[in-house]
Design a protein around this ligand. Sequence first.
Ligand code: PLP
Length: 454
Amino acid sequence: KSASSGVPNSMAGRDVAYCLHPYTNARAHEEKGPLIITHGKGINVFDDQGKSYIEAMAGLWSTSLGFGEDRLIKAANKQMKELPYYHSFTHKTPIPPIELSEKLLSMAPVPMSKVFFANSGSEANDTVVKLVWYYNNAIGRPNKKKIISRMKGYHGVTVASASMTGLPANHTDFDLPIANILHTSCPHYWRFGKDGESEEDFSTRMANDLEKMILDEGPETIAAFIGEPVMGAGGVIVPPKDYWEKIQIVLKKYDILLIADEVICGFGRTGNTFGCETFGMKPDIISVAKALSSSYLPISAVMISDELYQGIADNSAKIGVLGHGYTYSGHPVCAAVALETLKIYEERNLFDQAAKVGEHLQAGLAQFKDHPLVGEVRGVGLIAAVELVQDKKTKASFDPVGKVGTYLNERAIEEGLIIRNMGDSIAFCPPLIITEDQIDQMLDRFKTALDKTL
Ligand code: PLP
């Protein structure tokens, strides 16, 4: 604080004085203060002391083109000058969301019919919930409303999305989940597989758990199932090979919609354009965000199948206008930046590149399997996690969970590496533009931090 005024005069002091941080413990933040990031370039960001960090998480699983893509800046600038804002309510629209919708539909992993825009993954998933309810009301199935999500799934933090999220921190003390949201088993074979159970048997058990929940609740009450192809914030949980096939058989049997939350997996992350392709998912609804604009501006989208669209359109006379939409739905500047992002992915063939470089990442991480602190190394494409355990044999976690992960995270910061610990699972989700040499450098820094944690 400045001696004369008592008002904080450093940036860190001002942050602690004025900002309430997401996903941050309030008192711990008062003691520790912030890491202030001032600029970025390629896969690196820099703090206010000039120290450089490899951003192994692409921000929040999202800055796929890294931190200095001039074309996105130009696209934003051009659109800002032409038309900085217009909305899409009541039959009006700016041009960029039209072009972006067309592009997204051409990339969709299964035929999709229409695109609705929002600003964040949470808003996209809230939109999904509302569209599912709206659709079932429109077509005369008012009792088919429950949505099944999974424990450890992550779908955002707005009231409905946080309810679908299956993590205690997002429910406890927020009085969530809301009604009509249920959570079934988490498909983490290494953690939840039984002794002697094969991966295939485990997948069958997951599908049986789902079917039991549907039958207990009454199939006529279950509207949809939502899942990330690979769970991200729940700890990068890659399901066994045939998990999604078995789940989809159950959903089909009871006429339950499949919603793919592609907010992390979409746009190359798992080595294909969409995670749905990697895992053979045939969704009725897809939500995307994050890498849609490489996170340079906030934008998310929901794609719906023609069956859903026709169900809504056929009943328009009865239901009136779609009473849902955000001031910034289809914001022209955000949409223009997203469109340019998708062009860059295509021109630079970045999804194939992610698949190739992803193999290098997974092979490099495999070296840590024998480390005394490591229980499991898992991942696909350019997303991975290393889970730390107290006891390699029994897989017993540290007590309390997260303490060692947080310690390792801090050692990584010392080494110039930004990773993310979710409990004691350490995630890697670097920008898609990362090279094999940069991956080696990232893993060298991680090794030093891990050895310091021993
Ligand atoms: N869905 C998934 C799979 C996510 O990983 C996230 C964010 O991490 C969200 C939804 C929520 O997105 P947002 O933070 O943009 O609201």
